[in-house]
Write a protein that binds this ligand. Sequence first.
Ligand code: NAD
Length: 492
Amino acid sequence: MESVVTSLSQPDAVGRVEKGLFIGGRWRSASGGGSFSVEDPATGRTLCEVSDATPTDALAALDAASAAQAKWAVVPPRRRGEILRRAHDLLIERIDEFALLITLEMGKSLAEARAEVEYGANYLRWFGEEAVRIDGSWKVSEDGTARVLVTRQPVGPCLLITPWNAPLAMPARKIGPAVAAGCTMVVKPAPQTPLTTAALAALLTEAGLPGGVLNIVATTRAAAITESLLLDGRLRKLSFTGSTPVGRRLLSQAADTVLRTSMELGGNAPFIVCRDADIDAAVDGAMTAKLRNVGEACIAANRFHVHADVVDEFSEKLVARMSTIAVGPGTDPASDLGPMIDARQRRRVADLVDETVDAGARVRTGARVPEGPGYFYPPTVLTNVPAGTRITREEIFGPVAAIQTFITEAEALHDANNTEFGLVSYLYTQDLGQALRMSEHLETGMVGLNRGYVSDPSAPFGGMKQSGIGREGGNTGIDEYLEQKYVAIHMG
Ligand code: NAD
């Protein structure tokens, strides 16, 4: 890891990234010349200034995407796949450069940032392979008088809105299938982390993606930009990853033009440890499910439901592991856990913890905001968390484990499902019958069974209930970017 830090200096990593908007294959300034600062969450210092797109720029990006759509849609699938495969290979070649950029603007450790680059690159490779497998069908109509031809074609220009927590993987999970399907797109990255997305656009261009297919507008005016794009009839699809409140708002705006939408929203994952669980394995899983991405992950474990007979053993072992975690700048190879994204997010987590402690929870480790620069927050374990407290209802989005207990399987299921969210749940048990029974009853799009991590390009990632609509990845992920067309053929 040390070579990463020394082979490419931090100013070099930031300096070589384009800071403009990417429209029609060219980098340019925002209309009016505005810019905003990108901060290093480990120090609170400004890394650089980036062009701040206006609604006029967003419409220019949609002009470029619309102009490129017809030509891009007929580029042979093999060629589209090759571009994605080349982009995958380039990302892996430059993994250290991308990892450093992610760490600098988002905060996670270099080891985690490298894992994100690999994970994002794998989505590009997976969808590159899917590009040549888009199929249709042909059949005899029910009454025999016609033939039914079904083809699939790109849905058209898409708006892809991404969050800051995985600045490479979140865009890659959308750009991959959109490119594979033959769609053009306007990407709006989160204002906290625009640099990695800009570097990804440059890399895709180098891999052969024609100008106009991918356009990028970083902005601090998300609502204004999105509104102008959503009202434009040339836009055919919105794919959003972010919080449930913003997702709800976008869904209601998308209703005006009956726009196709995919929504990857917030989570409130239960982590259930049954009485017969392998406790050491459950603690390993909890460390991953809780601390990955500084706890700032939609799939982060939020509520720990532990059988009353094993809660002491589980809590003690978890506290012992959490207390040894080294918190520090992600660029320092000695750090296990980097800073949170910004002051506001850290304040929100600290308030949530204080409120839970006031309600009667016990602090077993952490819970103290450290002095000094950067937005660090320690790994925290709370036990005796009272039912119904805000921490059990809201997404924590930080390195805080809130532990509650249960006695019966029915109680565990009731508590786990008692939320409007339904992204993922984690379940630890060695009883096969119980594992399958509980997996079936958990109201989440994904279940980690004796495993603290879910997500794989070959699997459908997404949520039930208010965690979203649609799936990213797997062999149906590309469908989100394709229209079906049925041609009825008269047979005389
Ligand atoms: P956010 O909803 O605040 O922002 C997400 C994106 O939407 C950003 O690009 C932001 O600039 C933009 N945005 C904000 N307000 C907007 C508006 N009014 N109109 C249009 N766009 C707007 O979320 P965040 O804080 O960036 O990310 C964290 C959230 O994302 C968490 O809730 C997390 O669970 C969720 N998330 C979900 C998944 C998933 O796959 N389900 C993956 C990662 C993150």
